[in-house]
Write a protein that binds this ligand. Structure first.
Ligand SMILES: Cc1cc2nc3c(=O)[nH]c(=O)nc-3n(C[C@H](O)[C@H](O)[C@H](O)COP(=O)(O)O)c2cc1C
Length: 448
């Protein structure tokens, strides 16, 4: 067990039950409403959570006929929402397949400065096939190729972020010397995919550089995580899947000469909280009824590697029924492994899986009182399965607040979670060293 539990929360709107915009209290326009996100991030900070997390896809994804999809650019949205907050981290997803490293490095380091050292980049390779058509590709690049590009992409981005020494800004008003150009270096990178001279026009941020987050669980994703990631999102339905993934990533980090305790694992957990168990169950049923079943069935089939129309709602699925993932198939290895483990424990009908996945991609679902959900979090954390959770409210408009008010106090009372912030940077909150500043413990870039 690592020393302290970490909790992030997803701002996915309207929630991980994608149809929950229909539930009372929500508005169809929430997903583009700045006031909605400003309100949520303040509540998350009131609960002393480590960070808010925002996913992204550079394409119209999913079933827009029935629910809003990932919409606002997460960096732009978080720059606005975080204004006025002081401690909570902001993690934005960005694709390494459909971006250029220089622009992305500058954008995220800007967010890191604007939040005074609280930004993170969730590196994804974007499996959504339709994204490729927005970037001039005849067809989506293969997964292995996407991860090869991701490796070089992250190498260039971190080199850009590390380009300024901590003492590069001199700021000596008397002599007029502003910065020491000898302490500012570009990566001068010329590789398979990218040629980037650099440097960036920005110094290090108060946390050294943005946090690197990774969410893929295929071989390429795990390799990337072991080499670079500070935080890894995992999708796990069972403790064993989560623990195996955590051990694997820690071993890979160690093989790169990194301290495994400096890589935190955060497991996805969809939550539906109620004042009583009965109320939570009622809420779950209400949310379930918003799932458009036919599209959800087609999505489930595709995600499991079947033909889109191969499943009926009452089809019973066993682990052995799942098609082997073809290399290059647009499926998530993390979700596949976790679903396989779930079905190996117990066969489920397609309808049960749709309910269990909240109509979505395959994260585990916890329905209950604050105390019951705290029990689950505590058990997983103490078993060494994870360092924390990325909470994914079933319906975010009221569910984020319910988590903060009804679950967090139990975790605090059990000594598992903080009741006040002790740091101002995201790395500090996560118990990680300020990157690149090992010799400069009190990094503070001030001018004049
Ligand atoms: C918790 C979690 C969150 C993710 N969020 C995103 C996202 O916002 N955008 C995206 O394109 N992919 C997202 N992914 C997908 C992965 O990062 C990865 O690109 C995908 O799973 C395919 O790679 P894999 O087979 O290595 O898992 C997420 C995956 C997980 C487990």
């Amino acid at each position: 067990m690592s020393s302290s539990l970490h909790l992030n929360i997803s701002l996915l709107t309207p929630g991980h039950f994608r149809g929950s915009w229909r539930v009372a209290g929500n508005s169809p326009g929430d997903f583009v409403d700045p006031a909605h996100f400003r309100r949520l991030i303040r509540i998350a900070e009131r609960g002393h959570l480590d960070a808010v997390f925002v996913g992204d896809s550079p394409a119209l994804s999913g079933d827009i006929a029935h629910a809003p999809q990932l919409g606002l650019d997460p960096v732009v949205m978080l720059a606005d929402a975080a204004a006025g907050t002081e401690h909570i981290g902001v993690i934005a997803t960005g694709s390494s397949t459909y971006n250029d490293p220089y622009n992305l490095a500058r954008r995220y380091l800007s967010l890191d400065h604007l939040t005074r050292g609280r930004a993170g980049w969730n590196v994804v390779t974007t499996q959504l096939p339709s994204a490729s058509a927005n970037f001039g590709y005849a067809e989506p690049p293969e997964k292995t190729e996407r991860y090869r590009r991701a490796d070089e992409f992250v190498e260039v981005v971190t080199a850009l972020w590390n380009g300024w020494d901590t003492d590069a800004v001199v700021g000596d008003a008397a002599s007029g010397r502003f910065a020491d150009p000898g302490r500012i270096r570009g990566p001068r990178h010329h590789g398979e995919w990218f040629s980037v001279e650099g440097p960036l026009p920005l110094p290090r941020s108060p946390q050294g550089r943005p946090l690197l987050v990774q969410a893929g669980a295929s071989e390429g994703g795990l390799a990337l995580a072991g080499k670079y990631a500070d935080l890894v999102f995992s999708a796990a339905q069972t403790v064993d899947v989560a623990r195996t993934l955590r051990e694997d990533i820690r071993a890979r980090a160690a093989a790169h000469g990194r301290d495994p305790d400096r890589v935190k694992i955060s497991t996805g957990l969809i939550t539906v909280v109620g004042g009583t168990e009965e109320e939570a169950r009622r809420r779950e049923v209400e949310l379930r009824e918003t799932i458009p079943l036919e599209p959800a069935l087609r999505q489930l089939a595709a995600q499991l590697g079947f033909d889109e129309n191969a499943l009926e709602l009452d089809t019973v699925l066993r682990a052995g029924d799942l098609p082997q993932p073809a290399s290059g198939a647009p499926r998530s290895a993390g979700f596949s492994a976790s679903t396989h483990a779930l079905l190996a424990e117990k066969p489920h009908t397609a309808r049960e899986l749709i309910h269990r996945f909240a109509g979505g991609a395959g994260h585990q679902l916890a329905v209950g009182t604050g105390e019951q959900i705290a029990d689950r979090i505590e058990a997983w954390f103490r078993s060494g399965a994870t360092d924390g959770f990325t909470i994914m409210p079933g319906e975010v408009g009221s569910g984020l607040e319910a988590f903060v008010e009804q679950v967090v106090p139990h975790l605090v009372a059990r000594g598992l979670f903080r009741d006040e912030y002790t740091h101002r940077t995201l790395r500090g909150n996560l118990g990680l060293e300020l990157a690149g500043t090992e010799d400069h413990a009190d990094l503070d870039i001030t001018v004049g």
